[in-house]
Design a protein around this ligand. Structure first.
Ligand code: KG4
Ligand code: ZN
Length: 339
C-alpha cells in the first residue's frame, strides 16, 4: 500500500493563529485561535498580533495533531505561510515551522497566503465540488481584492485588483463608522439580512478594466452618515439594518460588475470566490442567482475555509510536496509576496 502524505499547515499572517493536518488531500484537523485583543482598538494592532501568535502557536499545533489522531513523527512535511501579511506575525509561524521541520527531519514548504485562499477549493470534501482549470477566482479579503485567472495550481494571472482599499476593508471601515466592533464584515452581513438593500443609494466608482477602488465609497459613506446624524443623532441606530443592507449591496454590485467583465474578457465562466469576504451571505446568494441567470458554474468554499485558516496552507503545501517544491532553512517571511 502507498504511504500517505501527511502535511502540517501553519498560518499566522494576520490575527488568526491556525494549524491543520491534511492527509492525502483530506483535512483531519483545522484549529483556529482568534485574537480578541484587537477588538479594543477597532483593528489589528501588529505588535499585539505577534505576541498573541507566540502564545498560541504551540497549543494550536498540539491541538491539531491530537485532533487528527496522529503523532508528530507521522508528518511528511511542514507547510507555512511565508507572506503576504504582517511581518511580525509571519515571523512567528515561519520560525516555528522551520524549527519543527528541522527537529522532525522533514521537508519545509513555503506557501503564498493568496494562493492558499484559492487552492482551498481543492481540499477533498464530499460536500464540495472542485473547479476545473481554467477558472476565475474573485479573492476578497481584509487585505486584498483580486480577480485571478487560475490556469493551474501554481499558474495564476491577476486580471485586476484594488488600487486602494480591499473589499473586506470597505466592510470593516463602514462598520467602524457605524460604531460596530472589529471585524465589522460579519456584523454588516448579519444586519443586512433584515434590511432593504435599495433604501440608501451610493454611487459606484468608475474604474477602468478589471481594477477596483473602495476608498471613494468609504468617503461617500462617511459623509452620508455624518450628514444624516447631524439631522438626527439616532439615525444610525434607527436605520441600522437598512444602512447595512445598502452598503453591502453596493460593495457586492462593484464586485459583480467586475466578475461579469472578467467573464466577457476571458470567455471563462467557471467562477470561484475565496478569502474572508467570500463568507458574506449576500455575495454567496448573488452568485448562486447569477449561476442560473448567466449560465455560470459557481464554486463557493465552506465557511471554515473562507476566513484565514491553515487548511488552505496545508492543501497548497500538499500540491507543492507532490512536485518536490521545498524551501530552505534560510527562507525568510515576506510582508509583500506577489501571487
Ligand atoms: O481572509 P481573511 O480572514 O483575512 C485576510 O487575509 O485579510 O479576511 C478577513 C476579512 C475582514 O475584512 C472581515 O470583515 C471580512 O473578511 N469578512 C466578511 C465576512 N466574514 C469575514 N465580510 C463580509 N461578510 C462576512 N460574512
Ligand atoms: Zn486571508
Amino acid at each position: 500500500m502507498l504511504k500517505s502524505t501527511i502535511i502540517l499547515g501553519i498560518e499566522s499572517s494576520c490575527d488568526e493563529t491556525s494549524a491543520a493536518v491534511l492527509v492525502d488531500g483530506k483535512i483531519l484537523a483545522n484549529i483556529i485561535a482568534n485574537q480578541d485583543v484587537h477588538k479594543l482598538y477597532g483593528g489589528v494592532v501588529p505588535e499585539l498580533a505577534s505576541r498573541a501568535h507566540q502564545q498560541n502557536i504551540v497549543p494550536v499545533v498540539d491541538a491539531a495533531i491530537k485532533k487528527a489522531g496522529i503523532s508528530k513523527n507521522d508528518l511528511s512535511a511542514v507547510a507555512f505561510t511565508r507572506g503576504p501579511g504582517l511581518i511580525g506575525s509571519l515571523l512567528v509561524g515561519t520560525s516555528f515551522a522551520k524549527a519543527f521541520a528541522m527537529a522532525l527531519d522533514v521537508p519545509l514548504i513555503e506557501v503564498n497566503h493568496m494562493q492558499g485562499h484559492i487552492l482551498a477549493h481543492f481540499i477533498d470534501d464530499a460536500s464540495q465540488q472542485k473547479p476545473e482549470f481554467p477558472f476565475i477566482c474573485l479573492t476578497v479579503s481584509g487585505g486584498h481584492t483580486q480577480v485571478v485567472l487560475v490556469k493551474n495550481y501554481f499558474d495564476m494571472e491577476i486580471l485586476g485588483e484594488t488600487i486602494d482599499d480591499a473589499a473586506g476593508e470597505a466592510f470593516d471601515k463602514a462598520a467602524k463608522i457605524m460604531n460596530l466592533p472589529y471585524p465589522g464584515g460579519p456584523l454588516i452581513d448579519k444586519y443586512a439580512k433584515e434590511g432593504n438593500p435599495l433604501m440608501f443609494k451610493f454611487t459606484k466608482p468608475q474604474i477602468p478594466d478589471l481594477n477596483f477602488s473602495f476608498s471613494g465609497l468609504k468617503t461617500q459613506f462617511i459623509n452620508f452618515i455624518n450628514n444624516e446624524s447631524a439631522k438626527n443623532a439616532d439615525f444610525v441606530e434607527q436605520n441600522k439594518v437598512d444602512i447595512c443592507a445598502s452598503i453591502q449591496h453596493t460593495i457586492i454590485e462593484i464586485l459583480m460588475d467586475k466578475l461579469k467583465k472578467a467573464v466577457e474578457k476571458t470567455g471563462v465562466s467557471q467562477i470561484a470566490i475565496a478569502g474572508g469576504v467570500s463568507a458574506n451571505s449576500g455575495l454567496r446568494n448573488r452568485l448562486m442567482e447569477e449561476q442560473t441567470n448567466l449560465n455560470w458554474k459557481v464554486f463557493i468554499p465552506k465557511f471554515e475555509y473562507c476566513t484565514d485558516n491553515a487548511a488552505m496552507i496545508a492543501i497548497t503545501g500538499y500540491y507543492k510536496f507532490l512536485q518536490n517544491e521545498f524551501a530552505e532553512q534560510n527562507t525568510t517571511p515576506m510582508a509583500r509576496y506577489k501571487l
